[in-house]
Design a binder for this molecule. Structure first.
Ligand code: FE2
Length: 419
């Protein structure tokens, strides 16, 4: 039941608190909202179900303004049926809680109340949006890759900067893949069909199913598929075009993967260089980690820095003393310098737990800004919003905003700066 306990345990209350206590100093240039979505599996008994993102979505947010933490709010995503719980993004000045499996997003207001289900203007045959929709920071377009259980194709969906779906491309598959994430470059969409896919509503690893990697022009057109040895892809860090090659940095997890034994995956950071002839695979960092993030201003283009959350699945390298070896997250974040091939590790307290951290830019330099994340403090039994300087990554946090409630270690989020 580890996904229902401690820092993972569901919360039942919606809380609102103003003018939160802070240790340190909130940078005055951080004006906006830090939001994170995640499943809140009230009444769900099955930890496997939880880790795969079932349960009602709940968004936790902190609003920062002029050096103050103006409010904390957590709100259920209130839509009928299966609530979006995977991510929360902003597009066309609107806030969306994102689902996957072909389900539509829910629009939220500034204070995280649910406005309603929104299909982003998709046509009737459209799958709306995917869990890891990606912005091109230069064009403002939002690209999504969406699968739907029971359908033997996936869709690439392009939404323009104004919020209208402008193009939908169906990519035929042999079954419904579990295509949680994909990659986007200036000119290409990269997708993968791994052994992990759906047999009915069951998500399972199919031995003998190779991992197929597809490269498609962003404008639509033929997908060029290549096969590599079976491996699952958890998340993309970033990707870019390099001449005839497409470079994708991503978290892979070898198989076979048994959803009934989640400790059997070991996620690591890899670089795939996809040429017309081959896919060269190189391990960037063998230590278990996931939830990679980049400065979104460098998304889809060449870049230098990436950030990830250490996990302790199997491996112990990042695990705090005495921590159970199979916890999904530990107490550490990693900053990768991909040009130099080095990494720095920021460790929180030995009993604390940290999930995904997002980069908030405050300048033009790629690492000019801060990392924002929620850290579970077991002493208070509550969460802190922690702000780290990206350029002083191993230094003391510049601020810890003390929240009045626990934030379960959830899925994904974003820093949504004021415009
Ligand atoms: Fe994800």
């Amino acid at each position: 039941m580890r996904y229902l306990e401690g820092p993972f345990a569901p919360v039942t209350e919606e809380v609102t608190a103003y003018d939160l206590p802070v240790t340190g100093r909130i940078p005055a240039e951080l004006n906006g909202r830090y939001l994170r979505n995640g499943p809140n599996p009230l009444g769900v008994e099955d930890p496997v179900v939880h880790i795969w993102g079932m349960g009602q979505g709940m968004v936790h947010g902190v609003r920062l303004r002029d050096g103050r933490a103006e409010w904390y709010r957590n709100r259920f995503v209130r839509v009928p049926g299966f609530a979006p719980m995977v991510h929360v993004i902003e597009h066309a000045r609107r806030t969306f809680a994102m689902a996957e499996g072909g389900l539509p997003p829910a629009e939220l207001d500034e204070e995280l109340n649910t406005v309603g289900v929104c299909d982003l203007g998709a046509t009737a045959e459209g799958f709306t949006a995917g869990a890891h929709s990606k912005h091109d920071p230069l064009t403002g377009e939002l690209h999504s890759l969406s699968y739907m259980v029971g359908r033997d194709f996936v869709q690439h969906i392009v939404t323009d900067a104004g919020g209208s779906v402008v193009r939908t491309t169906a990519v035929p598959m042999t079954r419904t893949p579990f295509m949680h994430d994909f990659a986007l470059t200036e000119n290409h969409v990269v997708l993968w069909d791994t052994p992990l896919g759906f047999d009915g509503f069951d998500c399972r690893w199919s031995p003998g199913h190779p991992t197929r990697v597809g490269v498609m022009p962003r404008a639509g057109g033929e997908v060029r598929w290549s096969e590599i040895d079976p491996v699952h892809v958890s998340h993309t860090l970033n990707a870019y075009d390099d001449g005839d090659s497409v470079v994708v940095d991503l978290v892979t997890a070898g198989g076979p993967f048994d959803p009934a034994a989640p400790g059997a995956i070991r996620p690591a950071l890899d670089r795939w260089t996809i040429t017309p002839d081959e896919i060269r695979q190189r391990r960037i960092d063998d230590r278990p980690q996931d939830f990679p993030r980049v400065n979104e201003a460098r998304a889809t283009r060449p870049y230098r820095y990436g950030y990830s959350a250490a996990t302790a699945l199997y491996g112990i390298p990042f695990a705090p003393e005495g921590a159970p070896p199979d916890d999904a997250f530990t107490n550490a974040l990693v900053k990768h310098d991909l040009d130099r091939g080095t990494a720095e590790v920021h460790r929180f307290g030995s009993d604390e737990a940290v999930g995904e951290a997002v980069f908030a830019a405050t300048g033009q330099g790629e690492d000019e800004g801060y990392l924002l994340t929620y850290v579970h403090d077991p002493v208070r039994g509550a969460g802190d919003l922690v702000i780290l300087s990206a350029q002083d990554f191993t230094g003391e946090p510049v601020a810890r905003v003390h929240l009045p409630a626990r934030v379960p270690l959830g899925l994904h989020g974003n820093w949504l700066p004021d415009r």
